[in-house]
Design a protein around this ligand. Structure first.
Ligand SMILES: O=C(O)c1cc(=O)[nH]c(=O)n1[C@@H]1O[C@H](COP(=O)(O)O)[C@@H](O)[C@H]1O
Length: 278
């Protein structure tokens, strides 16, 4: 089954929340653990236990694992495997983007099921040119995986690049959505090539500026929760495209730990709050 089809089914069954598992040093310590590989492992696997059975999508941010070296990456492998075993899709947040030949190596690392780090989808950056992502597109297609391409990111600094005017008019971020529109055209029930569009972008650009976010692909909306994005912002920014949005929260959920019951309750409350996006 294509990633797009799995995404649609997962959202229908489990709601519109993407739970980020980002083991910040401060959070690990707030849970009474040491910021060591062993503390990281306890933190991340507890978060998986509390969150993964209740959300459609788990998003580990790779850097928080890499900072612990090879033992941290081994924890990331377990987070991916155990989240999938709990029925969640895994979106590995690595935001990769490079020249084509290196992109192929990244795609093999994250999207080929033969790799220990293989996930259902990855985040990628198109700012070396959308065409540089072709190896990711081909590899994702081959393995029924997905991509989330940075279009309008949740940080205010993104505007200088993403809101700049493209050669043919419109914005650079809008141009990325046009590429996705082409890739996802005709796919049913939904294409596998998604966009990242921040839940906070209403604060930095006018959502009524004529941008059409309904491009037949999944949308990841980070910035919900700790960065200030609300369900009302999501409804206002995305309009009818909201049905394809997974709102992502990391710190906002993780601060409920270390109790797995409290983590589950935080996920269920957020799911409820996001129910209107369906
Ligand atoms: O691709 C992402 O996940 C991402 C894109 C973006 O525009 N903004 C953004 O915050 N993120 C990621 O989403 C998560 C947000 O974390 P919280 O602010 O703690 O909910 C982090 O893992 C960020 O790296």
């Amino acid at each position: 089954m294509s990633f797009g089809a799995r995404y649609v089914a997962a959202l229908a069954e489990r709601g519109h929340l993407c739970a980020g598992i980002d083991p910040h040093a401060g959070l690990i310590q707030a849970w009474g653990l040491d910021d060591t590989p062993a503390g990281l492992e306890r933190f991340a696997l507890t978060a998986v236990e509390g969150l993964a059975p209740h959300v459609p999508l788990i998003k580990p941010q790779s850097a928080f694992y890499e900072r612990h070296g090879s033992r941290g990456v081994a924890v990331l492998e377990r987070v991916i495997a155990e989240s999938r075993a709990a029925g969640a899709l895994v979106l590995l947040d690595v935001k990769r983007g490079d020249i084509g030949s290196t992109s192929q190596a990244y795609a093999d690392a994250y999207l080929d099921p033969a790799s220990p780090l293989a996930a259902d989808a990855v985040t990628v950056s198109p700012y070396l040119g959308f065409g540089s992502l072709q190896p990711f597109v081909d590899t994702a297609t081959k393995h029924d995986a997905g991509l989330f391409v940075l279009a309008f990111t949740s940080n205010k600094e993104g505007a200088e690049v993403q809101h700049a005017t493209a050669a043919g008019g419109g914005t650079i971020g809008g141009l990325m959505l046009d590429h996705l529109r082409q890739l996802d055209a005709g796919a049913a029930p939904l294409g596998s090539f998604g966009a990242v569009i921040g839940a906070t972008i209403g604060a930095v650009h006018d959502p009524d500026a004529g941008l059409d976010y309904d491009f037949n692909g999944p949308i990841l909306a980070p910035g919900y929760g700790a960065q200030g994005g609300t369900p009302d912002d999501l409804a206002r920014i995305f309009g009818p495209a909201a049905r394809h949005v997974a709102a992502s929260s990391s710190r906002g959920l993780l601060q409920a730990g270390p109790s797995t019951t409290a983590l589950r309750d935080a996920a269920l409350a957020a799911r409820e709050e996001l129910a209107a996006l369906a």
